[in-house]
Design a binder for this molecule. Structure first.
Ligand code: AMP
Length: 305
């Protein structure tokens, strides 16, 4: 089934207790595309980069079968730049720099042949751009998933609240769910956020797993794989989202039971992402490794009583 992905493509500079990088490729759309492509084909990408972007990375996406004809390359302009520093626990981070550059006036032009997707992933990006993307689609998708972050809650809350009414699934981390809802309890936060629009909510809790909230008090929990070392958590949320939607599209389904399986695949994908800096590990990941790790997730909490 066809997927349309929109999000940021970036240069990141990351500092973790394990070291520091110079400028490396990042961005929500970069991680999501690489992750989704492990499970399904027929993926279209809409994004914007500057002339300085790493064209080898873009060609790598094409080699993975991703249609990059919706990626605008702006002559003489600079790519989005983000820099972050992780705390010792690796669950929280400080954003040091956000330079929007080409993202500042991004007009998402969707090539005609990509404008009727079955599944849509609105990766972390200005909510106004996410809204334009949905308004430009030629038919209603089967499933639309939205990801966002506190940065947009701080500077574009009204737009964010609007796009939230337009999607089926929202993925968000625990701190952001608390900020958006004003509730500390995640169960109360989920109820409030679901009243804002999305039928389904996924709250990501980093090394403490992910919660899936559906209709009529349906709740599902998937743990995170206990890892000896989390090298760099950047992109874990995006890899999770890409793995989740890639799975849904591969099954051509939108129901809660399939979402439970998709959460396992999202979590498995994210568990690889954190093993190396940036996109490196997700880019190398094989389908066999992913399936094997998904099975590990099952055995992690399966028990007979
Ligand atoms: P994650 O760790 O999954 O939350 O996503 C990290 C990625 O988000 C990094 O590669 C950044 O380039 C990207 N990012 C950070 N801030 C923003 C923003 N304000 N808008 C879009 N993408 C961002």
């Amino acid at each position: 089934m066809s997927i349309l992905i929109i999000g940021s493509m970036a240069f990141d500079a990351i500092e973790t207790p394990y070291g520091k990088t110079g400028k490396i490729v990042g961005g929500s759309a970069s991680f999501i595309s690489l992750a989704a492509a492990k499970q399904t084909k027929d993926i279209g990408l809409v994004a914007v980069v500057g002339e300085d972007f790493d064209m080898d990375f873009l060609n790598g996406l094409k080699n993975d079968g991703i249609d990059t004809s919706g990626v605008q390359i702006k002559k003489g302009e600079k790519s989005f730049f983000w820099s972050g520093k992780y705390h010792l626990d690796m669950n929280s981070r400080d954003t040091l720099v956000t330079e929007l550059n080409v993202l500042g006036d991004f007009d998402p032009i969707i090539p005609e042949h990509l404008a009727q997707p079955d599944y849509v992933m609105l990766g972390n990006l200005a909510p106004a751009v996410q809204i334009s993307t949905l308004n430009r689609l030629k038919k209603k998708p089967k499933l639309t998933v939205l990801d966002t972050m506190n940065f947009w809650m701080d500077i574009a809350l009204d737009d964010l609240k609007e796009v939230i009414t337009m999607v089926d699934v929202l993925t968000i981390n625990d701190e952001e769910a608390r900020q958006l809802s004003g509730e500390y309890s995640l169960v109360k936060a989920a109820a409030k956020i679901r009243e804002m629009g999305p039928q389904t909510l996924i709250i990501k809790k980093g090394e403490h797993g992910a919660l899936l909230f559906g209709q009529e008090d349906e709740i599902f929990f998937c743990p995170a794989l206990p890892l000896e070392e989390v090298f760099d958590p950047t992109g874990a949320g995006d890899s999770f989202a890409g793995g989740f939607l890639g799975y849904m599209a591969s099954k051509n389904a939108t129901d809660f039971e399939t979402m439970k399986q998709a959460i396992v695949y999202g979590s498995a994908t994210a568990s690889f992402c954190v093993e190396k800096f940036g996109t490196e590990r997700i880019a190398q990941l094989s389908e066999e490794e992913l399936h094997e790790r998904a099975r590990k997730f099952i055995s992690l909490s399966a028990v007979s009583l």
